[in-house]
Design a binder for this molecule. Structure first.
Ligand SMILES: Cc1ncc(COP(=O)(O)O)c(C=O)c1O
Length: 406
């Protein structure tokens, strides 16, 4: 007797690896291709004037038609990448933009009218701080910086004109971890928009919206793309907020392109397994460095000694791939260590498959006086490692031989 046919059903509540591979895709794609095609078009056609008028009327009343008008307002490949990221984040909607910085700056510009105020936590990406201090201030948007995790300072900094609070978690380079529930609760109580840059975490390790955060931002250049071959950004959250941003960005014009969306769709398919390997490798590397006599201290939330360890363990499902550490012997020793690397590259960025190392002050603060670096708590012996997905023993072997020369 032959076996009864197996009935395949779609999982009701797919896991993140399944979502990373399948979320947002149409079951049948053009020409029955398995892979989402790249719709490389800047404009779309209408059959006749009735079609044109119907579309525009639907648009005015916010009715979803599933069709497109012009490339600056939307593209099916980009829409597929946006829907996949939204599924991974548990968001109603998401928008893909030209870079992580575009995601941050558009969000700030949209929700911060002239005369308003925002609060930023310290240890945020330096370009974000630079944007707030140098570009928002001339637009009469004032900015306060409070220590990440100091909720009394956060509450005290809120003014009647505060419209937005922003933080990164984990932060860079010290991997501080924000208690998202407290942050979201304070924002909600004061009726301000809460925005979190969770680039370092990825939705595999952390979903800020689940904790009540309004908008989550990613530099998709990093783990979401995952291969150091693209620049992009995402903003995800409630449709009401994302639609406001979408209309705004359609006017400003800094949109992303369909080729990048295709690479992001491909990158996201392997996100869950890549992040699992980044998590594993970074923990092994952090443990190794923490026990090394040439290392002064290690900053990694997976270490029990890290001040953010408990909160990270309670709200994240992995500690991520980034860590930093201080080399004993100051800048000269740190430089000797970096120059001796053979497998690891000296390079900025993070989140790709290759392990990258950088000297924080030489790469990110070359123009700062020593007093400014001291005020920013950026010592000259600080090295950042973006741990990749190679075999952990090979990363350790390279670190070992390089540290022996530091
Ligand atoms: C945490 C974080 N947010 C945002 C950005 C900016 O992203 P992009 O380089 O894609 O503009 C970076 C870049 O390094 C980053 O590390």
């Amino acid at each position: 007797m032959s076996e009864p046919p197996v009935t395949l059903t779609q999982p009701a509540c797919p896991g993140q690896s399944t979502q990373a591979v399948h979320a947002s895709e149409a079951r049948t794609k053009p020409h029955h291709a398995l892979v989402e095609p790249i719709f490389q078009t800047s404009t779309y056609t209408f059959d006749n004037m009735a079609d044109t008028v119907d579309y525009q009327t639907a648009h005015i009343f916010g009715v979803e038609t599933g069709r497109y008008e012009y490339g600056r307002y939307g593209n099916p490949t980009i829409a597929a990448a946006e829907a996949r990221l939204a599924a991974l984040e548990g968001a109603e909607s998401a928008i893909q933009v030209a870079s992580g910085m575009a995601a941050l700056t558009y969000t700030f510009l949209k929700f911060l009218p002239s005369g308003s105020h925002l609060i930023l936590t310290d240890d945020s990406y330096r370009r974000t701080r630079q944007f707030c201090e140098e570009l928002l201030k001339p637009l009469r948007v004032d900015c306060s910086v409070v220590p990440l995790g100091d909720f009394a300072a956060l509450e005290a900094a809120i003014r009647p004109e505060t419209r937005l609070v922003f933080s990164e978690t984990p932060s860079n380079p010290y991997l501080r971890v924000l208690d998202l529930r407290q942050f979201a609760e304070i924002a909600r109580r004061h009726h301000v928009v809460s925005v979190v840059d969770a680039t370092l975490a990825t939705p595999v390790n952390l979903r800020p919206l689940d904790f009540g955060i309004d908008l989550v931002i990613h530099s998709a250049t990093k783990y979401l793309g995952g291969h150091n071959d693209l620049l992009a950004g995402f903003i995800a959250g409630r449709s009401e907020l994302i639609n406001l941003l979408r209309n705004y960005i359609g006017v400003l014009g800094g949109i992303s392109d369909p080729n990048t969306a295709f690479l992001l769709l491909r990158g996201m398919k392997t996100l869950a397994i890549r992040v699992a390997q980044h998590n594993r490798n970074a923990q092994v590397v952090a443990d190794y460095l923490a026990a090394h006599p040439k290392v002064e201290c290690v900053f990694y939330p997976g270490l029990k000694t890290h001040p953010g360890h408990e909160i990270a363990a309670s709200q994240m499902s992995g500690f991520g791939g980034l860590l930093s550490f201080r080399v004993r012997g100051g800048q000269a020793a740190a430089f000797r260590f970096l120059d001796a690397l053979r497998l690891l590259y000296i390079s900025p960025s993070l989140g790709g498959v290759e392990t990258l190392a950088l000297h924080v002050t030489a790469m990110a603060y070359p123009d700062c006086e020593p007093e400014v670096r001291a005020r920013l708590n950026m010592p000259d012996d600080l090295v950042r490692l973006a741990v990749g997905i190679e075999d952990a023993q090979d990363i350790i072997a390279d670190l070992d031989q390089a540290l022996s020369q530091a």
